[in-house]
Write a protein that binds this ligand. Structure first.
Ligand SMILES: Cc1ncc(COP(=O)(O)O)c(C=O)c1O
Length: 446
């Protein structure tokens, strides 16, 4: 196997620079991280247009749990291209989407589930909002600070992760939305400590928010990422998620669980909610579901599904190539036992991340579950002031050394390689990550 990482020219090299200039000219600004210009990718290895090879520790922003161009996924898509590429699956019928829907529905315990297919995480979440409002005939949704659900108007309204995502729209976002503190225990918004806090953040929902601001009788749903992603890879205590779930039962509203990032085996379970002994009413999926092709799915308790045709639909929701890829991806997760692998590699990796925290003062917190792992960087462990510039510096040096990292939160780096990354690549990648942290720990950027 060719060596990886292998940096031949300092990135961005000459070809990459040309592509970045063309992007600057023709593409609307979105969320660029580093000037990595793709030539090809396979498994956990990315090659750029200047011949540099990188280890992928960001899995295409959570899309490639089975790795880039998994041979089974590629074969399934090629086979499907020869049959049909589009059926408008919401208007017509095809066995392929039935099969994916059945697999997803059966992956969630309890009563029968049904699936609405779409193209992205935002769209799967938008569909969840529409279904929850229609099914309950109520309009209010409560969510948590730090939440991320997407950038379309509805999903952005429920997002409370970074102001830049909402700036300019705040007066016209969807009404009936409330955000309350999440169990971000490392930075408890009530200044308490777990477990002596006795989960005050759950109690406060009833004692403060339901008393002063949110009429619980009007709640259609409480929505959450059971493990927050973009907000900073925050894993709450089990009692928090259970406590919020119990509130939804008490106040007769639904629980929407956004698993766009945490699902499809990332945490060592098919869905992250399985770590918390709850079963949500609605689960949103996307990212890794399509194995690299765009696919969103809103998986709902069958009792909540729309009562007639025409209330909700789309054009590409039954996208045939994405469904072929999804079926192959579900097979790969089973055949390669990727849930067990995520658990085992996660335990090993978390130990290594904790050892780094013992060594380097700049690491304030190590957290995660399965292979959904992160470090939070701080200027000072007592004040916990965010070390955002140092975090950016670490990811930049890693890029130059050939490991692709992705930030989240205000000063967090997420570590999410494909779940089937070979262990040598995983270890090599973390050797480099550690070198970068060591360098920045000595020479801070903020
Ligand atoms: C939890 C969560 N929900 C929704 C989305 C939006 O997904 P998309 O970018 O595919 O619309 C994301 C994207 O990062 C996400 O992490």
């Amino acid at each position: 196997m060719a060596e990886v990482p292998d940096i031949k020219v300092e990135p961005p090299g000459p070809e990459a620079k040309k592509a970045v200039a063309a992007d600057d000219e023709w593409l609307v600004k979105a969320t660029k991280s580093w000037p990595l210009v793709f030539k090809k990718a396979e498994g956990a290895v990315i090659e750029d247009v200047d011949g540099n090879r990188y280890i992928d520790f960001y899995a295409g922003v959570g899309v490639l749990n089975v790795g880039a161009r998994h041979p089974k996924v590629v074969a399934a898509v090629k086979d499907q291209v020869d049959k049909y590429t589009h059926v408008a699956g919401t208007d017509f019928y095809c066995q392929l989407q039935n099969e994916v829907a059945e697999r997803l529905a059966k992956s969630i315990p309890g009563d029968r589930r049904m699936v609405f297919f779409s193209n992205t995480g935002s769209e799967s979440y938008e569909s969840a909002i529409k279904i929850a409002k229609w099914a309950t005939r109520k309009q209010v949704i409560m969510d948590f600070l730090g939440a991320f659900h997407g950038r379309t108007t509805g999903s952005m309204s429920l997002t409370a992760s970074k102001w830049v995502q909402r700036e300019g729209y705040t007066a016209t976002l969807m009404p009936g939305v409330y955000h309350v503190p999440y169990a971000y225990c490392y930075r408890c918004m009530y200044n308490l400590e777990y477990p002596s806090c006795a989960m005050y953040c759950v109690k406060a929902v009833e004692d403060i928010y339901f008393e002063n601001q949110i009429p619980p009788s009007e709640l259609a749903a409480i929505s959450m990422e059971v493990v927050q992603g973009e907000g900073g890879y925050v894993v709450p205590p089990k009692e928090f998620v259970k406590g919020i779930y119990e509130l939804t039962r008490k106040h007769r509203c639904l629980l929407i669980d956004d698993e766009v990032q945490s699902g499809m085996g990332r945490t060592g379970k098919m869905w992250a909610f399985e770590h918390f002994d709850i079963v949500p009413d609605i689960v949103c999926s996307a990212k890794s579901l399509g194995g690299g092709l765009p696919l969103g799915a809103t998986i709902v308790d069958a009792k909540l599904a729309f009562d007639r045709y025409g209330r909700h639909s789309n054009t590409f929701g039954g996208a045939s190539l994405s469904h072929a890829a999804a079926l192959a991806t579900l097979d790969v997760i089973e055949e390669e036992k990727l849930l067990d692998r995520a658990t085992k590699l996660g335990e090993k990796t978390k130990k290594r991340l904790e050892e780094m925290q013992d060594e380097y003062e700049i690491i304030g917190d190590t957290r995660g579950v399965g292979m959904m792992l992160a470090h939070e960087f701080v200027q000072n462990r007592k004040t916990k002031k965010h070390a955002s510039k140092s975090r950016d510096r670490i990811t930049e040096i890693a890029f130059k050394k050939g490991v692709m990292l992705l930030p989240c939160g205000r000063s967090v780096v997420r570590y999410i390689p494909p779940l089937n990354i070979p262990e040598e690549q995983l270890d090599k990648g973390f050797d480099i990550v550690e070198e970068c942290i060591k360098t920045v720990d000595k020479d801070r950027a903020d």
